[in-house]
Write a protein that binds this ligand. Structure first.
Ligand code: SDX
Length: 411
């Protein structure tokens, strides 16, 4: 529902975006090769392709902000639900707006028939991210075909945010022959997710930590999965299709898949004494250390990592066992000393999720559950000021070839 105040904000945003797009186009055109030829940017590294008012990921300063709020402000004071509203509407919600959003999210948690049917039909060897992508795709049965993609956007975004946790928890429990657990309307988004996976209510600290982890993973500019969602939306395909593209993209170990790999590495290292030899060996074999490095934060730490490291400390303090805190911080010190790399969001998120009792097989899906507000906010922004996204490529293949009849082609 867009109130007059929101309409003004969106109007102002759209005007600003158009002006910033023009500036981005100038930047891009001036970065062409001296001969005016097409620059070849591997992986679009350093290429500004559009303007956005949602998130500022500043690699030089090592800062991150959502709609102008520094991530530290939000990490210490906001909830995941408030952050979803902020990302969608550009402002933190009033008490009434938050109550309304919370009620709508709660009402949408249960799955519709198609998603539930698909989850029960999938064989249990299917990976949770593949089950998630398949079930999300079925949410389109909520009836969007024929609708103008621009309408119903907030309804669809709320449906997706609300249903992702239920899809993940439902498939996980089915996979392990555990009875499904219905969502509880009295629990927050984060607490309800833990409850549906584990079958018991989380402690206050566990619920707060899950909420913080989801908030920190909620949005991050034009990362690969968000870019995939925007490319899909830019064709005026629907929001469910765009988010399905995003889920498929996030699964890769160079993106969302790193948290699970980082945790497996920690479990394999086992003890602090094994850290240095393990890292030496991995680097000697040119292996990537999962959870380290970042395309944008190249000369500074990922600002989210510090908050997750603090959460890891708090969870260890609650249990009195600092094993994973000492192991993770030692790995971070050794990797930085040997390779100059900083931990990214996935590195400390890994032991935090592990200590929250999230099964390893669900780690990547937790990233997906958290990122839905960001993906859907970017889809809305793309629709609001849309231009088909269609880059060029430099052709390097053979030319001027002549057709040869098949009998003359040799074996
Ligand atoms: C996320 O974009 C986002 O915002 C994503 C994300 C989000 O919130 O959406 O922040 C979430 O995806 C975080 C990243 C999670 N992925 C990992 O942790 C996987 C491990 N990291 C790397 O594969 C790598 O750092 C990337 C893919 C994240 C970024 O790589 P780039 O920018 O393509 O840099 P590169 O691969 O060209 O590496 C540059 C150099 C290379 O050394 P040389 O070969 O030139 O000697 O740094 C080295 C790399 O070998 N390097 C690493 C390394 N990351 C970079 N060496 C060992 N281990 C690593 N992790």
């Amino acid at each position: 529902m867009t109130t007059p105040a929101h309409a003004d904000t969106m109007e102002a945003d759209t005007a600003r975006l158009r002006e910033m797009d023009a500036r981005a186009a100038v930047i891009e055109s001036t970065s062409r090769g001296s001969d005016g030829g097409q620059p070849t940017y591997e992986g679009l590294s350093g290429v500004v392709i559009s303007a956005s008012a949602i998130c500022d990921v500043n690699g030089e300063r090592g800062t991150l902000s959502y709609r102008g709020y520094d991530i530290g402000e939000l990490a210490c004071r906001a909830t995941f639900e408030e952050t979803a509203h902020l990302l969608w509407h550009g402002d933190l919600p009033s008490r009434q707006e938050l109550d309304s959003l919370t009620a709508r999210l709660t009402a949408e948690r249960e799955l519709n028939g198609a998603a539930d049917l698909i989850l029960s039909a999938l064989p249990t060897h299917v990976e949770p991210m593949d089950a998630l992508r398949t079930a999300v795709s079925s949410l389109t049965c909520n009836g969007t075909n024929g609708q103008d993609p621009g309408s119903m956007q907030e309804d669809q975004a709320i449906c997706l945010v609300a249903k992702f946790p239920t899809i993940v928890a439902r498939f996980y429990r089915r996979r392990h022959s555990l009875p499904p657990i219905a969502p509880r309307p009295d629990l927050s988004h984060a607490a309800n997710f833990l409850y549906m996976v584990q079958g018991h209510e989380p402690t206050t600290l566990q619920a707060q930590t899950m909420d913080l982890a989801m908030l920190l993973m909620a949005e991050h500019g034009f990362n690969a999965s968000t870019f995939a969602a925007r490319v899909t939306a830019a064709t005026l395909s629907d929001m469910y299709a765009a988010v399905t593209s995003a889920v498929g993209t996030l699964k890769g170990p160079l993106h969302g898949g790193a948290n699970e790999q980082a945790m497996r590495m920690m479990l394999e290292i086992g003890e602090v004494a094994n850290v240095a030899p393990y890292i030496d060996d991995a680097l000697a074999r040119k292996q990537r250390i999962m959870g380290f490095g970042h395309r944008v934060y190249r000369h500074s730490a990922d600002p989210r990592a510090a908050y997750l490291r603090a959460s890891l400390f708090d969870l260890c303090a609650e249990s009195g066992d600092f094993h994973f805190y000492e192991l993770a911080t030692t790995i971070a010190e050794v990797v930085h000393a040997k390779k100059g790399l900083y931990p990214n969001v996935d590195f400390y998120a890994a032991p935090v999720l592990y200590l929250l009792g999230i099964p390893l097989e669900l780690f990547v899906t937790v990233f997906a559950v958290s990122r839905v507000p960001g993906w859907t906010a970017h889809v809305m922004e793309q629709y609001a000021n849309n231009k088909l996204i269609r880059p060029l490529s430099t052709y390097v293949g053979p030319e001027n070839r002549v057709y040869c009849p098949i009998d003359d082609r040799g074996h």
